[in-house]
Ligand binder design. Structure first.
Ligand code: NDP
Length: 397
């Protein structure tokens, strides 16, 4: 039985609220707080039964967060606002000695770096305060990291090659839309590519390395090497890894729109002056793009995300592929949100459950692969993200 404060009422917050509300034996009391309270109220009303309390909070403001946490007294804060708010929410958790969980690493507003250094710097302070911070507990990062930990625990003596493969084989029927917050998504996919090889990072031009990969139940999709934040913690926590890459599928139509957006300067993160007012181009773009939270209704097809791993077990070389497929329509029918929000919100819910059940609880700041993967993997099967595994197949990589 635990009390949880969810911060952020977007696509992911919607799924977390729905899932937690359906598990009263774990989440006995739930508060959903965000910048715009009406969005929290709409989600709470849809769930009904007075399961969810709501509040307004500016998560950029530490004293406001501290006041809310002190008045509600949650056991854990689940941060599904934006990566910009990670440090302020961690500060408030430190001050109130409350556990913390998020799904994306901190990013300064003015530079897209995707590094854990800012959050890892809180480790000693969390240890001293005796509280737990669980970082990156969505799907990727999150489940992909737990898959890797599970593979290391059960199937390999040494993981040598790790390829995380992320395919969205869905169709939302819009000319251009992003599946989660457009600002964060466009910043992520337009940056230079980067992967780990033989003890160092290798940088590539954006989308330079690509090839078709075959995804279960979806088929061949062109897949591109991009940098993704879980690579940083995985190569640190599994030092036997010789090469770690992250592949994501993009359609030609999506890439063409992205190129135009970049070429005309609309992906810019530096403020510009417009009619006497400072605006950030990518934030303005977000305001005119479809809301990812509204894509669900007509979204068809499915996602397929997993880890393709090569390494050694008992002196023999072996390959292993562990993955989940998630249908957008199933996600929508259950929570009103599409598959990408669902595959992020369910793991965040399970991470908070692991903490409240004292399974993932230790003082400090941890990436999810540093905890026991088994109880988490068990819950994935129960809570809507079942996984499949294949042994000794051709990984195509
Ligand atoms: P949305 O943009 O849909 O929602 C973000 C929510 O945070 C909104 O409700 C927004 O409020 C709120 N918010 C923003 N700033 C503040 C603030 N200063 N104070 C309080 N609330 C604030 O994003 P998503 O739901 O798509 O994504 C949520 C998080 O999940 C992001 O960090 C994203 O990077 C991460 N993510 C992780 C994935 C993974 O697999 N690990 C995959 C997909 C997403 P308002 O409505 O007022 O704007």
């Amino acid at each position: 039985m635990g009390k949880v404060l969810i911060i952020g009422a977007g696509g992911v917050g919607t799924v977390v609220a729905h899932k937690m509300a359906s598990l009263p034996e774990v989440f006995s009391e739930i508060m959903l707080a965000s910048r715009t309270k009406s969005k929290c109220d709409a989600i709470a009303n849809k769930i009904g039964n007075n399961r969810i309390q709501t509040a307004q909070v500016d998560a950029d403001n530490v004293p406001e967060l501290v006041e809310l946490i002190n008045s509600y007294q949650p056991d854990i804060v689940v941060n599904v606002a934006l990566p910009y708010q990670d440090l302020t929410i961690m500060d408030a958790c430190l001050e109130t000695k409350t556990a913390y969980l998020d799904t994306a690493n901190y990013e300064p507003l003015d530079e897209a770096k995707y590094e854990y250094k800012w959050q890892w710097a809180y480790k000693e302070r969390f240890e001293e305060a005796g509280i737990t911070a669980i970082l990156g507990c969505g799907f990727d990062p999150g489940v992909t990291s737990i898959y890797t930990a599970y593979a290391a625990k059960h199937h390999f003596d040494e993981i040598q090659y790790l390829d995380i493969v992320d395919c969205n084989g869905g169709d939302h029927g819009k000319a251009f839309a992003t599946n989660f917050n457009p600002e964060i998504n466009i910043r992520e996919v337009t940056q230079k590519g980067k992967y780990w090889e033989n003890g160092q990072w290798v940088e590539t031009e954006p989308h330079e390395i690509h090839k078709p990969l075959n995804y279960p139940n979806i088929g061949d999709r062109e897949s591109y090497v991009i940098y993704h934040e879980e690579l940083e913690s995985l190569v640190k926590n599994f030092p036997s890894i010789k090469r770690a890459r992250f592949w994501m599928t993009f359609g030609q139509e999506y890439l063409t729109h992205l190129r135009v957006i970049q070429n005309i300067g609309m992906a810019g993160i530096e403020p510009i002056m417009y009619e006497g007012k400072e605006i950030v181009p990518i934030q303005f773009l977000k305001a005119v793009l479809p809301d990812p939270g509204d894509l669900g209704e007509n979204y068809t097809g499915e996602t397929s995300i997993g880890c393709r791993i090569k390494g050694v077990k008992d002196g023999e070389e072996k390959t292993y592929y562990v993955y989940n497929n998630c249908k957008h329509q199933d996600a929508f029918n259950e929570t009103g949100a599409q598959g990408v929000s669902y595959t992020t919100g369910v793991p965040a819910t399970i991470g908070a459950m692991m903490y409240l059940q004292n399974i993932w609880k230790k003082p400090g700041v941890f990436n999810v692969e540093e905890f026991d993967p088994d109880p988490f993997m068990e819950q994935l099967n129960k809570l809507g993200l079942p996984w499949n595994e294949l042994h000794n197949i051709d990984l195509e990589l």
